[in-house]
Design a protein around this ligand. Structure first.
Ligand code: UDP
Length: 404
């Protein structure tokens, strides 16, 4: 795990000095993060990096998980999709299953934090254990157009929190509690993002039987989830392939709290089986492999239909890769169209953008370089830690105006 000083060459001395100063003011407070999975997906990705760094700054930070069986995670995945605005039939039985499992967690999860930081809807009911400590609900989902029934249900709990955090202004809702807008981040020194030697990159390609064959590689790294639109990516690739020879990698693992993955993976495999230039990779949790695949790629695509923030976009841009990505969720915060990547709204649009990048390497390179600087200035973990520390402090200074 990187030490906090190692970030100085990347973000500058003053950023780290500021972090130490602010962290000092939180001495004696215990921060308790709670979510539903320790692996898979963006929330686990961030907490895995954030928790040790906060501890290094001597902010006593801990991380606990709730428990849930298959039925509970099926329901919470339905909630997740419905909150993203996807049509889902949610029954009273679903709410009952959610509440039954939640009740067990309420009984079993030990709450000891001065600040309890709850991520996403799965553990939201733990607020029932609120005493005189501070509670934050961190929403990583795009709730700009949610299924109202699910959102109203969650509102019963949200209003009991001291504050809510959303990733972008577009996601915020009218709420009777304080709201903060804090975008996620990536860790430039993690295995997922650090520089890699060419032989490591080539070793990973070899492991998956991928040869460069002078064919540019287009890659989407994502859980096999319909909202990531893997079938749409294949369609984009097919349209481009008529004009420009290339190969496609669709790579992803699963998340403990996402029961749909296996089915989607099977459908995608079926659709891709005729074409030897499409590589469908089921990854184990392995950050170096993700890093290597991103670095081996000519272009990264992220054709999500809905997205919270889209960490994979930040990861690709940090590697100075040209990216084609949907104009959804937090992606437009990261990609300024034609400056730090290309945004698209459809399969045709994505195919057009991808062709452009494959056929104009100098333009693609410039977009990638701009993208890297944009991530450096806005979406690295040091900025994220600073925002969280200021948020924690602000909970104890209600009257003050706090600029994040
Ligand atoms: N990821 C990974 N292995 C995979 C698929 C995804 O490590 O097989 C990582 C990916 O690199 C990123 C995170 O999981 O860091 C996904 O976050 P994102 O915000 O892109 O999407 P989410 O899965 O949270 O919807």
């Amino acid at each position: 795990m990187a030490k906090i000083e190692e970030y100085i060459p990347i973000v500058g001395q003053s950023v780290i000095d500021d972090l130490r100063l602010i962290a000092e003011k939180l001495k004696g407070k215990v921060i308790q993060h709670i979510n539903s999975t320790s692996v898979g997906g963006g929330v686990a990705e961030i907490l895995n990096r954030m928790v040790p760094l906060l501890r290094e700054l001597e902010v006593d930070t801990r991380w606990d998980l709730i428990k849930g069986g298959e039925q509970f995670f099926e329901v919470t995945k339905k909630f997740h999709n419905a909150l993203h605005g996807r049509p889902e039939e949610i029954t009273q039985r679903d709410f009952d299953i959610f509440m039954e499992a939640s009740q067990r967690n309420i009984e079993e999860v030990n709450i000891y934090g001065d600040i309890v930081f709850i991520h996403d809807p799965q553990p939201i009911t733990l607020i029932k254990k609120k005493s005189n400590n501070k509670w934050i609900w961190r929403c990583h989902i795009d709730v700009s157009n949610p299924n109202e029934r699910v959102f109203r249900f969650l509102m019963n709990f949200i209003i009991q929190y001291d504050a809510a955090v959303f990733s972008t202004p577009a996601f915020s809702r009218k709420l009777p509690i304080r709201q903060f807008l804090i975008s996620p981040s990536i860790d430039p020194l993690s295995d997922k993002n650090k520089d890699l030697a060419d032989d490591v990159i080539n070793g990973v390609l070899q492991k998956y039987n991928i040869t460069k064959k002078n064919k540019p590689i287009v890659t989407q790294i994502s859980r096999f989830d319909r909202l990531k639109d893997p079938q749409g990516v294949i369609e984009v690739y097919k349209q481009v392939k008529k004009y420009t020879n290339c190969q496609l990698i669709l790579a992803g693992g699963s998340a403990m709290d996402d029961p749909e993955g296996a089915k989607v993976l099977e459908e995608v495999r079926e659709n891709a089986k005729q074409d030897k230039d499409i590589h469908i990779l089921k990854l184990a949790q392995n950050d170096i492999e993700v890093n290597a695949l991103q670095r081996a790629s000519t272009v990264i695509i992220q054709k999500s239909l809905k997205e919270g923030f889209g960490l994979t976009v930040a990861e690709a841009l940090w590697k100075a890769k040209p990216v084609v990505a949907s104009n959804v969720g937090g992606i437009p915060l990261q990609i300024k169209h034609k400056y730090s990547g290309l945004l698209c709204h459809s399969i045709q649009g994505a195919a057009f953008a991808l062709k452009q990048l494959l056929n104009s390497p100098a333009y693609a390179k410039k977009l990638g370089e701009n993208g890297r600087e944009h991530i450096r200035n806005n979406f690295l973990i040091t900025r994220h830690i600073q925002d969280y520390l200021l948020l924690f402090l602000s909970l104890y200074h209600k009257e003050d105006v706090v600029y994040l």
